[in-house]
Design a protein around this ligand. Structure first.
Ligand code: BTN
Length: 332
C-alpha cells in the first residue's frame, strides 16, 4: 500500500496549502498530487478544496492505516513494518505464512476485521470490523524455550499499562493471558511458537482488544462476559484505536527489551500485584485435566500454584482458568 504520511502532514498544518506547494514539497507533479488527494478521499479522509487557497485536511477516518499507526511511533522494532488488511481470516495465520519469507523482527500484521479470528484452545475470537484491535507481532526472542511462555505475561503487562496510561483505568490480568476491566474480558492474547523443539525461531504474539463495540454488538453467548473499553468506561466518544496501538507498541517494546536484558522479575511482580486470579478459588482446565483450588502464586517460571482444600499443592503450566463463585474483582 502507498505511503501517505508525508502528504497528510502537509495537509494537516491547519493552513490551506496549494497544489503547487504540495507538488514542490513532495517532489512530484501536480497531476500526481491530484491523484494522491483522490486516493486519500477514497480512503475516507475529508480534504477541503478552496480555489485560490488550496487544500486542507479536515478529518481522518477511523482506520488503522499503517501510516497512521507509524505517525510519531518511536520504537526500534515493534511495528517497524506493518502489513495491513481490511479483512483477513486471522492475523496469526497470516503471520505464520509470512515466516517462510524471513520477516524482520517486530513486523506487525494488522486487520480491521477477521473472518476466522482464533482464540486459545481452539476457540474463535469474535472479530467484527472497525471497532477493535487485531494484531500479531512477529518476534525472534533470544531466550531458552522455558522462558518463552512468560512473554505472554509480558504482553499482558504491556497492555494493562497501556490502558492505564491512555484511559486511566488499570485492567487486571487473569492468568495466563486475559485482561479484565470491571469484571469484563476486554482482551485476549494468543502466543504461538515456530521452530524446532529446543530451538524456537519465531514467536507470534497475537492480541485482540475490544475497543469501541457496543454491548449489543457482542454475540449473546459472550455478552455477559465480554465488554469493550468504550462501553465499560461509559465514553461518549470513540476511543482512538491507532493511539492505543501506538502506545501498546511503545510500552511492549520497553517491557520486551527489559525482560530480555534483566529477566522476568518485574513483569511477574506486576502480574502478581494486578492479578484477577491470585487469592481466588479457581478451576483450571488443561486439556483433559481439571484442577481446583485456591490460586496461591504465580511462580518465577510463570506457572500457577493451586492449593486444594486438602492442602495439596499443584503447579499448572497453562490452561483455561475459571474463577469459581463470586464475580471478578473490580466488577462495577
Ligand atoms: C484468547 O483469549 O483466547 C486469545 C484471543 C486472541 C485473539 C487475537 S486477535 C489477533 C490475533 N489473531 C487471531 O486469530 N487471534 C489473535
Amino acid at each position: 500500500m502507498q505511503e501517505f504520511g508525508e502528504v497528510l502532514d502537509l495537509l494537516a498544518t491547519g493552513e490551506y496549502v496549494s497544489g503547487e506547494d504540495l507538488a514542490a514539497r513532495l517532489g512530484i507533479t501536480r497531476a500526481a498530487v491530484w491523484k494522491q488527494l483522490k486516493t486519500l478521499r477514497e480512503l475516507g479522509y475529508e480534504i477541503a478544496a478552496s480555489s485560490g487557497r488550496g487544500y486542507l485536511l479536515q478529518a481522518r477516518p477511523d482506520r488503522l492505516y499503517p501510516w497512521e499507526v507509524a505517525k510519531d511511533l518511536n520504537t526500534k522494532i515493534m511495528g517497524c513494518h506493518i502489513e495491513y488488511y481490511d479483512r483477513i481470516s486471522s492475523t496469526n495465520r497470516r503471520a505464520k505464512e509470512l515466516l517462510a519469507e524471513s520477516p524482520v523482527e517486530g513486523t506487525l500484521i494488522l486487520a480491521e476485521e477477521q473472518t476466522a479470528g482464533r482464540g486459545r484452545l481452539g476457540r474463535t475470537w469474535f472479530s467484527p470490523p472497525g471497532s477493535a484491535l487485531y494484531g500479531t507481532l512477529i518476534l525472534k526472542p533470544q531466550l531458552p524455550p522455558y522462558d518463552l511462555p512468560k512473554l505472554t505475561l509480558v504482553a499482558a503487562v504491556a497492555l494493562s499499562k497501556t490502558i492505564e496510561r491512555e484511559l486511566h483505568e488499570r485492567p487486571l490480568i487473569k492468568w495466563p493471558n486475559d485482561l479484565y476491566l470491571k469484571g469484563k474480558k476486554i482482551s485476549g492474547i494468543l502466543t504461538e511458537l515456530s521452530g524446532e523443539l529446543g530451538r524456537v525461531e519465531f514467536l507470534l504474539l497475537g492480541v485482540g482488544v475490544n475497543v469501541n463495540q457496543h454491548p449489543e454488538d457482542f454475540p449473546e453467548e459472550i455478552r455477559e462476559k465480554a465488554g469493550s473499553l468504550r462501553s465499560i468506561l461509559g465514553k461518549d466518544e470513540k476511543i482512538s484505536r491507532s493511539g492505543l496501538l501506538r502506545s501498546y507498541l511503545q510500552i511492549l517494546e520497553e517491557e520486551y527489551f527489559n525482560a530480555l536484558r534483566k529477566g522476568f522479575a518485574e513483569a511477574l511482580a506486576y502480574c502478581r500485584q494486578y492479578s484477577a486470579t491470585l487469592g481466588r478459588q479457581v478451576e483450571v482446565t488443561d486439556g483433559e485435566r481439571v484442577y481446583r483450588g485456591k490460586a496461591l502464586m504465580i511462580e518465577e517460571d510463570g506457572s500457577l500454584t493451586l492449593e486444594a482444600e486438602s492442602g495439596a499443592r499443584t503447579r499448572v503450566i497453562s490452561g483455561d482458568v475459571n474463577l469459581v463463585g463470586s464475580d471478578l474483582p473490580g466488577e462495577a
